[in-house]
Design a protein around this ligand. Structure first.
Ligand code: PAP
Length: 327
């Protein structure tokens, strides 16, 4: 686990030196390794590349999480709009309790990541102390970047709902590139986009290969969302999301403008401008502001060469389009 020495105490988790200990040590030390994008290496676990600390948390989550039929789980590929989806789903579920979005709303004083916990970054982070999930209000709302095949067994066996969000992998990568370079310490060189691109296209990226997402279960317990579509028709998808989460908008709410209130509260412009998202940090030590960059579709067009587009399009065509995911 992470060292708890003074030397590490001020260092965010993702920059810490890790000594593998405990029950997962043996398993992790036998897995294939690749150079990580920040400090820790990636380990290939059941086909998926995951950094050391996160992998220990994933193993603990797989072993211990017990899903309830009423749970709602947000499953997102990294950098596909998780922060936005967390804000929207939290605001939807809690709209009766916090009916005035301008006053005392938790999203005005907390980053969405502090309101909807990740399995692998927030809940299962300590092998000795499991999270107490009994006090959470129902439906419980959780989040993960795990691909479908790595979700805890109880999630697949229960009737809990899964909201799945993906994004054009080209924009995922660009977003990752900016994010990772902010997380690398000053003593580390910045990573070049082509270096990350090469790794991404080999399938080596956090929770990658990125095309594993095509394997998400297709059933009525899973709602599929795409970032690009949500940007185009946010009100349409918010209504769909509310129906799926079994908290549909009433006619009265619609006429009172509740849909617009939630969309405005959760918009990139509103959230990124809040004080809490300019100065705070999430539990892993990542600054809140790093989760907000441009919030737009198609930034890759400003950065990708023709060769890069050709190369990644071949992978997208082969691995995703066949499964109904085109961008
Ligand atoms: P995570 O995987 O680390 O949790 P995630 O929130 O999925 O991050 O992705 C961040 C991206 O969502 C950023 O995209 P960009 O780099 O292309 O700009 C971020 O700007 C965008 N984002 C964050 N909040 C919102 C929002 N409210 N609306 C739309 N996009 C958003």
């Amino acid at each position: 686990m992470a060292k708890s020495s003074d030397e590490n105490s001020e260092v965010p988790i993702y920059l810490q030196e890790i000594d593998l200990t405990g029950e997962y040590k043996e398993l992790i030390s036998t897995l294939p390794l690749e150079k990580g994008w920040i400090k820790m290496p990636f380990h290939q676990y059941q086909g998926c590349w995951i950094g050391t600390t996160t992998l220990q948390n994933v193993l603990s989550c797989q072993q211990h999480f017990q899903a309830l039929d009423t749970d709602i789980l947000l499953v997102t590929s990294p950098k596909s709009g998780t922060t936005w989806l967390k804000a929207l789903t939290f605001a939807l579920l809690n709209r009766k309790k916090y009916s005035n979005v301008h006053l005392n709303h938790p999203l005005l004083i907390s980053n969405p990541h502090d309101l909807v916990p990740f399995f692998e970054h927030d809940l299962y982070i300590n092998k000795d102390i499991l999270p107490n999930l009994n006090s959470l209000s129902h439906p419980r709302l959780f989040s993960t970047h795990l691909p479908y095949h790595l979700l805890p067994k109880s999630v697949k066996e229960s009737r809990c709902k899964i909201v799945y969000l993906c994004r054009d992998p080209k924009d995922n990568l660009v977003s990752f590139w900016h994010f990772i370079n902010k997380l690398r310490s000053q003593s580390m060189e910045k990573l070049a986009l082509d270096e990350l691109f090469e790794s991404f296209c080999r399938g080596v990226s956090p929770f990658g290969p990125f095309w594993k997402e095509s394997l998400m279960e297709r059933s009525n317990k899973v709602m599929f969302l795409r970032y690009e579509e949500m940007k185009k028709k946010p009100d349409f998808y918010l209504k769909k999301l509310a129906e799926f989460m079994e908290c549909p908008f009433s006619k009265e709410e619609e006429s009172k403008g509740v849909i617009d209130d939630i969309l405005n509260l959760c918009s990139f412009e509103k959230l990124s401008g809040l004080e809490v998202n300019k100065i705070g940090k999430v539990g892993t030590g990542v600054e809140n502001k790093y989760f907000f960059r441009r919030g737009q579709v198609g930034d890759w067009k400003n950065l990708f060469t023709t060769e890069m587009i050709k190369q990644i399009d071949i992978i997208i065509e082969k691995e995703l389009v066949e499964y109904g995911l085109s961008f």
